[in-house]
Design a protein. Structure first.
Length: 163
């Protein structure tokens, strides 16, 4: 296979991986809001206890939670399942490409989520950020808008509400 064919395959896989990764995050976030979910304590018991509604969602420094209340633990099982499936379904080189893409997406989305809660974030100068933040703040008022940045999966599962 030529290098351009490898590049084309890797590019297509990264696009598909983006949607799989954002689905894993959306699903983990949605599932952590279910009343009887074993992961509810991590996200709702942690992050939402610090930021209970949109009126109290901004702070000088971001508080994710720690230990039992760290919200990220609600997403990890789904991201691990995604990586295990990719390991068995993809050639090894493509698995590593997609694994790197997943890490990049998670780091970027986590960074943006942090800025959603920072009073005086430098990103507020961007219209796209203000719109995404409004969707996220609406999430703190109701069980809607589980996506972190783009609302693709919220549209698919009809959980998107105006911010």
């Amino acid at each position: 296979m030529s290098s351009s064919e490898y590049l084309l395959i890797a590019s297509g896989a990264l696009v598909a991986n983006y949607y799989v990764t954002t689905f894993s995050i959306w699903f983990g976030h949605w599932a952590s809001h279910l009343e009887h979910s074993p992961l509810r304590g991590f996200h709702v018991g942690g992050h939402h206890s610090f930021y209970p509604d949109s009126r109290h969602a901004l702070s000088e420094r971001f508080i994710y939670g720690s230990g039992r209340q760290d919200s990220i633990y609600a997403l990890i099982p789904w991201l691990i399942l995604q990586q295990v499936a990719a390991f068995f379904l993809l050639p090894l080189w493509l698995f590593f490409v997609c694994f790197g893409g997943t890490v990049a997406v998670v780091v970027l989305l986590n960074h943006l989520h942090t800025h959603y809660h920072l009073r005086g974030s430098t990103l507020t100068r961007y219209r796209w950020f203000r719109r995404a933040r409004a969707y996220h703040l609406a999430h703190h008022d109701a069980d809607v808008n589980f996506a972190v940045v783009d609302q693709f999966w919220d549209r698919v599962f009809q959980t998107k509400r105006p911010g």
